[in-house]
Design a protein around this ligand. Sequence first.
Ligand SMILES: Nc1ncnc2c1ncn2[C@@H]1O[C@H](COP(=O)(O)OP(=O)(O)OP(=O)(O)O)[C@@H](O)[C@H]1O
Ligand SMILES: [Mg+2]
Length: 306
Amino acid sequence: MSEPILSLKKVNKKIGKKHLIKDLSFDVYPGEVFGFLGPNGAGKTTTIRMIVGLTNITSGEILVNGNSISKDYKNAIENIGAIVENPEMYPYLTARKNLIHFGRMSKNVTKEDIQHRLELVSLDHVKDEKVSRFSLGMKQRLGIAQAMLHNPKILILDEPTNGLDPAGIRQMRDYLRKIAKEENISILVSSHVLSEMELMCDRFAIIQKGELVQVEDVSNEEQVDIANRHIIEVNDVEKAKVIMQDEYPELSMEAQNNILRVIATKEQIGSFITLLTSKEIIVYQVIREKQTLEDRFLQATNGEVS
Ligand SMILES: Nc1ncnc2c1ncn2[C@@H]1O[C@H](COP(=O)(O)OP(=O)(O)OP(=O)(O)O)[C@@H](O)[C@H]1O
Ligand SMILES: [Mg+2]
């Protein structure tokens, strides 16, 4: 695999007696959309503030494109575009003038760059309107255009979907995926709403009370050794249940109408079908109930919310 664009190595943050972030390590790779998830108060904003150098690290290290944010701030921050608190825009200026203004703060931002960014987030048609007339979703997108002006390698967005309606959330998701793909930029996006992240991210990390709970791919469904809930539809559910219980007394199972619900691995399901068929039960279909990110989160955190 290529070198990570962002690397957290055993990062700790203490404020007074509070140990807010504990030995947090994870990597973000080029071109991926990485979800940074956790309940309210888990430490997402605190971590992001350390990544972008807004607050110092108590111990550990954060590398951005190989540069330490604490020892080599200038070279590290050059690679980052971020929206941490709400994007600061001048409401009485137009979208385009805002970008011109912010573009002056970094070197080599051309008119063409600004136009390209406006098109990327579909604000081209309203570029000469004042930002005070923009919806929240439009302001967020303008914030993203601004954060990308200096061609960063990674975008860091703290809860960009906060306050957006379902259509706005969906749009944001589409833009972030498009930006990652077309501009080959990595995106770290935090959220406490897990269902929103499922379609947006390639991988995700979950933190709880300042500690990493798990890092994984969003689509890890094909692992045969993971037990999932399945629905097995048969012609004679009572008979099927007796056959199954005889053979697998330990298995947790429910029978209802003409379906059996079981928690089993993919391999076990294969054996169940063979067994049932050999006893003249007709198996109409087997459906795996997809485990949502929410399920996985609750599993990982034992259902504790914060
Ligand atoms: N300056 C500070 N001094 C003391 N404690 C702080 C400070 N900033 C944050 N905290 C505490 O650190 C913990 C993590 O806060 P943080 O804002 O990072 O969480 P979060 O995951 O971003 O939550 P949310 O989803 O609500 O935005 C909280 O318990 C918060 O009260
Ligand atoms: Mg926060």
